[in-house]
Each structure stands twice: as C-alpha cells, then as structure tokens.
Design a binder for this molecule. Structure first.
Ligand SMILES: Cc1cc2nc3c(=O)[nH]c(=O)nc-3n(C[C@H](O)[C@H](O)[C@H](O)COP(=O)(O)O)c2cc1C
Length: 175
C-alpha cells in the first residue's frame, strides 16, 4: 500500500506480560504522550512520536472498520477494547489488547484519549482475531473506494455479531 513508507517485514515483536504500552492523544488522535514501553517496542523516539498521528503505527493488515468502531465509541464518551496489530518503525509488528478511553479536564470537557495495551491472549489472536480481521480486510479491499470498503467491513462485522447474538463488547470479553 502506497500510504505506508515502510513495508511490513512479517517479523513479530513481543513485550513482557507485566508491561503496559501507554499512549495519550488529543481529540484528533495526535500523540501527546507515550511511555517508554511504547517507544521501545515501536522503535520511535519521543520526538518522532510527539504530535504525530497515531496512525503512524497502523499496520496494513488492520481492517479500517475496527478503527471506525473505536472512534465511533470513544467520540461519544465510551470506552473500547480491541485486538490491534501494530507496525514498528522498521515494519515489524506486535499484537496488543488495547483499552481506549476518553480523558476529561476539571470541567468535564473531553480533551483527548488514553490507551493502555497488554499482551493479548495468543490463542484468541491466532484462532479468532486473525481469521476475522482477514475476512473484514478482504471485504474492505473488494472496492477501490476507501469509505465504501470500510462500510462493507463494518456491515460484515455487524452481521457476524448479529449472527452470534452479541454486542461487540460481549463478543470481545467472552473470547
Ligand atoms: C488513544 C488512541 C490510541 C490509538 N492507538 C492506536 C494503535 O495502537 N494503533 C493504531 O493503528 N491506531 C490506533 N489508534 C487509531 C488511530 O488514530 C487511527 O484511527 C488508525 O490508526 C487508523 O488510521 P487511518 O484512519 O489513517 O487508516 C488510536 C487512537 C486513539 C485515540
């Protein structure tokens, strides 16, 4: 994909079970804070990350509809959990189980977002998430139009959840 300056290497990176990868963003998803675990695994310096769009670490295998769900949820004050495949500076990747929440100032005004990520359950990633994300990505890539593709992925995801009779939250927490 031309959007990516770095091509994926296919090499996976891992972090410690006890570690948390943390970042904060402004309301537009521009990075305002990263912890040392984030910088170590992603391979970027603080200066490179500060002010950069969070999509800097987006991996091309991630379906767009997952990020739509994330943004649709947090923009209205909700919190979301998601399995995410991220890309490092050199094109390696690492899987995380992310929790994303809005942040508020003293007046209760939403001022940005916060994400904590843990090591995901390997079985869930390999057996459930990778196959579903592949299906969603295939649906999205069937059309050249970005928006239409994302909506096709969104429709497929909604359909899968409807068939299972669960909400996205129920689905993600019962894997
Ligand atoms: C707090 C926060 C954390 C995020 N973390 C990630 C992340 O780890 N990886 C990622 O690809 N996108 C993350 N995003 C979503 C990105 O902002 C963006 O929507 C996504 O990378 C898709 O980019 P695109 O719309 O340019 O394709 C995060 C957003 C927020 C608000």
């Amino acid at each position: 994909m031309s959007k990516y300056k770095v091509q994926p290497t296919g090499v996976e990176r891992f972090f410690d079970e006890n570690d948390l990868i943390v970042s904060k963003t402004d309301l537009k998803g521009r990075i305002t804070y990263t912890n040392h675990v984030f910088r170590a695994i992603a391979g970027y310096t603080g200066a490179e990350l500060d002010g950069a769009p969070h999509s800097l670490i987006r991996h091309p295998d991630m379906p767009r509809c997952v990020f739509k769900l994330l943004w649709d949820t947090i923009a209205v004050g909700g919190e979301v959990f998601a399995y995410v495949k991220n890309m490092t500076k050199n094109g390696d990747h690492y899987w995380v189980f992310a929790h994303v929440t809005p942040s508020y100032d003293a007046n209760g005004t939403m001022v940005g977002y916060h994400s904590n990520r843990r090591v995901p359950n390997r079985r869930i990633v390999d057996e459930v998430i990778v196959p579903i994300y592949r299906q969603l990505l295939d649906a999205e890539n069937k059309t050249a139009d970005r928006k239409a593709g994302m909506m096709a992925g969104h429709a497929l995801l909604t359909g899968v959840l409807k068939d299972k009779g669960v909400s996205y939250d129920e689905f993600i927490h019962t894997l």
